[in-house]
Write a protein that binds this ligand. Structure first.
Ligand code: ADP
Ligand code: ADP
Ligand code: ZN
Length: 231
């Protein structure tokens, strides 16, 4: 049975950071809607041009295009065993669409780790975030600095501050999160899929909690050698 994890939480809480680590350890692909949009913007595709206007304002890209983009990604062969979703779904409509896409292949959302922290923490994290232009790896000036300033440890690419990483867009994005994305907490809680994770801990601490939550997945199902390994 394929495993689909949905990392839920406000902007800056560390979803991308954690998804990246978990992807490496589990072998499941990290599917980030924000990264997909940024790739489309870089490639100057029509989708990228449409998305940019919303992203620059800190608003959500409309559901229709977002859903189509992520559905296409999830139908690629590397997602056959599942995926770690980061930044999607962000609205109830997107969550329902995800349920439909997965149902079509006899799968469903496996678990929703919900990482939360105080707004002040989010602003401090977003304010010090540097992103790799080439591979989208994220760093923090204080809490996760690259070995060499301005250079990505993973691929050697140039680090930059995202144009939507400004104090004004940060506030706006947190507002949008509270209005449009926070209702997903109840959506998934009611389905028995939510596990709460304290996002105030350091990167290692959050990862330890996340791994502990993910390890319980196997408890509900018979062991199978085909399952990805989270050792
Ligand atoms: P999200 O994907 O939820 O927006 P990111 O993974 O991009 O969050 O993290 C936002 C910023 O905070 C990055 O600069 C990252 O290095 C940093 N960060 C992530 N998790 C932690 C943590 N637990 N403690 C301190 N800094 C963190
Ligand atoms: P962060 O890591 O700071 O939470 P993301 O990289 O996930 O930000 O997203 C950046 C921007 O891309 C969002 O502010 C929004 O404009 C757009 N975006 C990303 N994912 C979605 C989504 N699921 N629905 C609508 N817009 C999205
Ligand atoms: Zn890189």
């Amino acid at each position: 049975m394929a495993i689909f994890l949905v990392l839920l939480g406000p902007p800056g809480v560390g979803k991308g950071t954690q998804a990246e680590r978990l992807a490496e350890e589990s072998g499941l692909p990290h599917v980030s809607s924000g990264d997909l949009f940024r790739e489309a913007i870089k490639a100057q595709t029509p989708l990228g041009r449409e998305a940019q206007t919303y992203i620059d304002r800190g608003e959500l890209v409309p559901d229709k295009v977002t859903i189509a983009m992520v559905a296409e990604r999830l139908n690629k062969p590397d997602c056959a065993e599942g995926a770690i979703l980061d930044g999607f779904p962000r609205t109830i409509e997107q969550a329902k669409a995800l349920d439909d896409v997965l149902a079509q292949r006899n799968a469903s959302v496996t678990l929703v780790p919900y990482i939360s922290s105080a707004t002040e923490t989010l602003l401090q994290r977003l304010g010090g975030r540097w992103t790799c232009r080439d591979c989208q790896a994220v760093y923090h000036v204080l809490w996760n600095p690259p070995s060499e300033p301005g250079k990505c440890d993973v691929c050697g690419g140039e680090l930059y501050q995202r144009p939507d990483d400004t104090p004004e867009t940060h506030r706006k994005r947190i507002e949008v999160y509270l209005e449009q994305t926070a209702p997903l907490i109840e959506y998934y809680r009611q389905r028995g899929l939510l596990v709460e994770i304290n996002g105030e801990a350091d990167i290692e601490g959050v990862y330890a909690d996340l791994l502990a939550a993910v390890r319980h997945i196997g408890d509900k199902k018979p062991a199978s050698s085909e399952e990805p390994c989270y050792a």
